[in-house]
Design a protein around this ligand. Structure first.
Ligand code: NAD
Length: 502
């Protein structure tokens, strides 16, 4: 066992459920967390059983009754301290992400920083859970809205951001007065255990020993299913594939629960002939191969004007040819492995299908060894079926266009709607891209990549991406219940709409 893992509280065998500092459970199936770089086991995690899940959610329900009464700024102070704990452990947590998920260390530490930034944001937010005051149509009446905590809430997360997505959801929900119950991906349970330990310590120091922040490691089919059907969890925030979102949304809707869905993307960059290629190239390369193409906001399609297609392709191939692919812990590496052999097989299948559907392989696409692959560049004739599918791997489709209307149509004509971008110095093109007939995505960027969102904005997308919003702006509202209040302080009963009932 590596020392930094010990320091994070990771053991050889770890219980996967927790509802407090000395309240760890896990007697279900054992999963082995595997290092995607060398296929070696890191440690084992014992998943929670149905009975243990029940016990944990019961604790969350009990804790909610007290946590909601704690003034929001006091909750914010505790969240700030969670952020301080993450700051102290940033190096180790970043290394754990790299070890377990495979993204390069720079990105691993960047992800921990994102969770830290969320704690700062959430702390500030704890004093800004504002409601509006409205003008009542009745004399001597006052009308306003207030925001109350919602309840224990379920958070289901994907493997590719094993700490940041927790931060977007859990830290905001905690200041909102909710008690989060977190089910991480079984591909990265150790990241979740390390985070839960940090939370437990801070909460315990403040006398919150049980149930405020809970962890339930388990599969989607078992624990995920229990959560989506559990009426004690009024909100399920689920991040993952479109296929998962289709199941989760139906299951939650059946009990009239609320869901925040953060699902797959198929992000495109329009590169106009008026783009500044020197600004474009680093953004394009990082956007396409960062996290080995396993970001929901990865650039998957580059829609490029015919006039500059050849120069763009030659610069891309040159850049791709010099990429250092290998050990993600090594400072010189820019691309680590895919998460597991299934991801490699999915990539190889997609490359093959793309070629069958009219594609021309321009670079890469081979498996190097283990879970390491060469990122692929494939020229495609348009939005054939494989281009409309999110393959969670570093495949960049290059699609040429002649006029801007065609570029916009290609851009929007896919089922997903997460992130988008345009590179152009032409004001009219940029404004059209941002206009109502332009990008149909939740995120629209100009002269920057589709990937690498800042936490201050609301993050999420439209269409098959699910419509949810998380992190900044007013995304917090989804984690609270809105109450419209009308007070008659006068001496007469009065109905609205002028109805006379006397
Ligand atoms: P996944 O759908 O396989 O799993 C995501 C989570 O859902 C896991 O915790 C899994 O156990 C759980 N799950 C699966 N089926 C379930 C069910 N029926 N009921 C309840 N829970 C269930 O996704 P993944 O491979 O871990 O992540 C990659 C996907 O996530 C990509 O599609 C990516 O675009 C997407 N993603 C989206 C965002 C976003 O913010 N929009 C962010 C990160 C990742």
């Amino acid at each position: 066992m590596k020392r930094f893992l010990k320091e994070l509280g990771i053991e050889d065998i770890n219980p996967g459920g927790s509802y407090g500092i000395d309240r760890w459970v896990g007697s279900g199936d054992t999963v082995t967390s595997i290092n995607p770089s060398d296929g070696e086991p890191i440690a084992k995690v014992q998943l929670v059983t149905t009975e243990e899940y029940e016990k944990i959610v019961d604790a969350s329900v009990r804790a909610f009754k007290a946590w909601r009464l704690e003034p929001a700024p006091k909750r914010g102070e505790i969240v700030r301290e969670i952020g301080l704990k993450l700051r102290e452990r940033k190096e180790g947590l970043g290394r754990l992400i790299t070890l377990e998920m495979g993204k390069i260390l720079e990105e691993g530490k960047g992800e921990v920083q994102e969770a830290i930034d969320m704690s700062d944001f959430a702390c500030g937010l704890s004093r800004q859970l504002y409601g509006l005051t409205m003008a009542s149509e009745r004399p001597n009446h006052r009308m306003y809205e207030q925001w109350h905590p919602l309840g224990p809430i379920g958070i289901i997360t994907s493997f590719n951001f094993p700490m940041a997505v927790w931060g977007w959801n859990a830290l905001v929900s905690l200041v909102c007065g909710d008690t989060p119950v977190w089910k991480p991906s079984t591909k990265v349970p150790l990241c979740a255990i390390a985070i839960q330990k940090a939370c437990n310590e801070v909460l315990c120091e403040h006398g919150w020993e049980e149930g405020v922040s809970c962890l339930v490691c388990g599969t989607g089919r078992e624990v995920g299913d229990l959560m989506t059907k559990d009426a004690r969890l009024p909100l399920i925030s689920a991040t993952g594939s479109v296929a998962m979102g289709r199941k989760v949304s139906v299951s939650v809707a059946e009990r009239l629960g609320r869901s925040i869905l953060e699902l797959g993307g198929n992000n495109a960059l329009i590169v106009s002939e008026k783009a500044d290629l020197d600004v474009l190239m680093p953004a394009l390369v990082f956007g396409a191969i960062g996290t080995a193409g396993q970001r929901c906001t990865t650039i998957r399609r580059v829609i490029v004007h015919e006039e500059i297609k050849e120069i763009l392709i030659s610069r891309l191939i040159k850049a791709y040819s010099s990429l250092r692919i290998g050990d993600p812990m090594d400072k010189e590496t820019v691309m680590g492995p895919l998460v597991d052999p299934q991801a490699v097989a999915n990539m190889q299948g997609a490359v093959q299908t793309a070629l069958e559907q009219g594609g021309t392989l321009l670079h890469g696409g081979r498996r190097i060894s283990g879970n390491f692959v060469e990122p692929a560049i494939i020229e495609m004739p348009g939005n054939v079926p494989i281009v409309c599918t999110e393959t969670f791997a570093p495949i960049l489709y290059v699609i040429p266009y002649d006029d801007f209307d065609e570029a916009l149509a290609l851009h929007n004509d896919v089922p997903q709607g997460l992130s988008s971008g345009i590179f152009s110095k032409d004001l009219e093109e940029v404004e059209r891209f941002l206009s109502v007939e332009g990008s149909d995505c939740g995120i629209a960027n100009v002269n920057i990549s589709t990937s690498g969102a800042e936490i201050g904005g609301a993050f999420g997308g439209e269409k098959d991406t699910g419509g949810g919003r998380e992190a900044g702006s007013d995304a917090w509202k989804a984690y609270m219940r809105r109450q419209t209040v009308t007070i008659n302080w006068g001496r007469k009963a009065q109905l609205s709409q002028g109805i006379d009932f006397s």
